[in-house]
Every structure is written in structure tokens, then in C-alpha cells.
Design a binder for this molecule. Structure first.
Ligand code: 13P
Length: 258
């Protein structure tokens, strides 16, 4: 059972040098008030090195939002080696926005997972169904399919660490989150799938997480953390979100739903 609740701040393609400096300074100042949280800040690559320098010496980590695999010429891409070199410890892989905008297939995503694991970056693999898939009752089948690559990698390397982020596509950036019972069912399903291979994974929820709902989400069984988009790029929201998550964890078991 992991003892820290993970908060992954996925800034996506947002920010500027000054906003990054402001957010990082605020998190650095306050993080000691959140002993139960583990924060992973994932800025755009341009700001990764300065984020790492600013956060050096704290228990806040930095992660990238993607990587490229292989050693062939790949103009515009960033390798796992480079991310390691500037201090990244984590990397988000297979985000639904990349699956949609960059047409990333499960095969490409598996190659990225493999590159991350080989270079000792912890991958945060995003999975989640579209609204049509949910309405047709295919949520768990879609998630099982999206996890196939990760499962075969874990079978080949049982020591590899991988984090799964359940992000229903219809909740990303929409202001609506999945219900507590739906989150619990999907997280339990993911954990059980990996348990069949003697691997325990941390499972995060993502999709319209904010300061108002994070305590409820944190209290749901099988939720090991959250991945936050919009609310992570505003200083007031992310500080308040962390304050409330810390409280939500403290009451886990009391507030537990379902
Ligand atoms: P929002 O929190 O803006 O819905 O984004 C979620 C997300 O995509 C995190 O990776």
C-alpha cells in the first residue's frame, strides 16, 4: 500500500517562464504542509530544466508529458535520455490528447513505455474511454485493451514500476468528473488486472479534478492519487487543491463512499 497520495500536475501546453516560476515558488514554499502528498510537476519540456533546478532539494519531483523512443533521427522529439539528463523522474505516456491529436496507437504507446522503463523513468500511462464507448457498455474492455502493452512489459520485467492514470475522455477539461462508484469500479478492475501478474500498481484518477472535488475523490477506495490539468496551472487552485487533498487523505476510511 503506497503511503503517499500522488498529485500529478499536468500543465499541458500552458504556462510561460514567469507563470512557471510563480507556480513552482508557491509549491516549494508550501509543500512541507502536505506530508501525506507526493507532488509530480509535469511542465512543458521547455520549462522542465528550470523546474528541476527550482525544486532541487525538495521532495517535489518533475516529470515530462511525453517522450520519443529509438535512436533514429527524430526532429522535434525528446528522448528518455534527455529527460533523465535534465532531472525528470516521471513521464506521462498515452494521454488522450496525444492519442487524438497525434494519432498515437497502442503500439507506439507501448514502445514509449518500454523506452521509459529502460531508462528508469517511471511512466504514468493514461487510459480511459470515450463517451460513446461508455454508453455502449465497453468501458472495461477498452481499458483492458489499452493496458495490454503495459501488462506484457510488466510480465517481461516484473520489477518495473508503472503508474496508471484513469482519465475518462469525457471528463478531461469538461468540468464533469466520473462518479465515485464508476471510479471505484475502474480502479479496482485495473488493480486486479495487474495483480494477476503479481504486480501492484498505483492508480490515479484524472478528469476535471479541482479543489472542490479532490477530497471526495481522494476518499474513494482504490484511488492512489489524481492527475490534474486545468486546476494545476493556477496558483490559488493548486495550493487549495493540495490543502484539501491532504485533508481528504486524513479522513480516508471515514468519508469512504460506496
Ligand atoms: P483537466 O483536469 O483539465 O480535466 O485535465 C485532466 C488531464 O488531462 C490531466 O492529464
Amino acid at each position: 500500500m503506497p503511503n503517499s497520495f500522488l498529485i500529478v500536475a499536468n500543465w499541458k501546453m500552458n504556462g510561460s517562464r514567469s507563470l512557471a516560476a510563480e507556480l513552482l515558488a508557491a509549491l516549494k514554499l508550501k509543500h512541507h504542509t502536505w506530508p501525506k502528498l507526493k507532488l509530480i510537476i509535469c511542465p512543458p519540456n521547455l520549462y522542465l530544466a528550470s523546474a528541476h533546478n527550482t525544486l532541487h532539494g525538495t521532495n517535489l519531483s518533475v516529470g515530462a508529458q511525453d517522450l520519443w523512443f529509438g535512436s533514429a533521427p527524430a526532429t522535434g522529439n525528446t528522448s528518455a535520455d534527455m529527460l533523465k539528463d535534465i532531472g525528470a523522474e516521471f513521464v506521462i505516456i498515452g494521454h488522450s490528447e496525444r492519442r487524438q491529436l497525434n494519432l498515437e496507437s497502442d503500439l507506439v504507446i507501448t514502445s514509449k513505455l518500454n523506452a521509459a522503463i529502460e531508462h528508469e523513468l517511471v511512466p504514468i500511462l493514461c487510459v480511459g474511454e470515450s463517451i460513446e464507448q461508455r454508453r455502449s457498455g465497453n468501458t472495461l474492455a477498452v481499458i483492458r485493451q489499452q493496458l495490454q502493452g503495459a501488462i506484457s512489459l510488466i510480465r517481461a520485467r516484473p520489477q518495473a514500476k508503472i503508474i496508471i492514470a484513469y482519465e475518462p475522455i469525457w471528463c478531461v477539461g469538461t468540468g464533469s468528473r466520473a462518479s465515485s462508484i464508476d471510479i471505484k469500479i475502474v480502479h479496482a478492475f485495473i488493480k486486479n488486472l495487474f495483480m494477476q501478474y503479481n504486480t501492484s500498481v498505483q492508480v490515479l484518477y484524472g478528469g476535471s479534478v479541482n479543489a472542490n472535488n479532490v477530497a471526495d475523490i481522494a476518499a474513494i477506495e482504490f484511488v492512489d492519487g489524481v492527475i490534474v490539468g486545468g486546476a494545476s496551472i493556477c496558483k490559488t487552485s493548486i495550493l487549495c487543491l493540495c490543502d484539501r487533498a491532504e485533508l481528504g487523505i486524513s479522513s480516508k476510511g471515514v468519508l469512504q463512499v460506496c
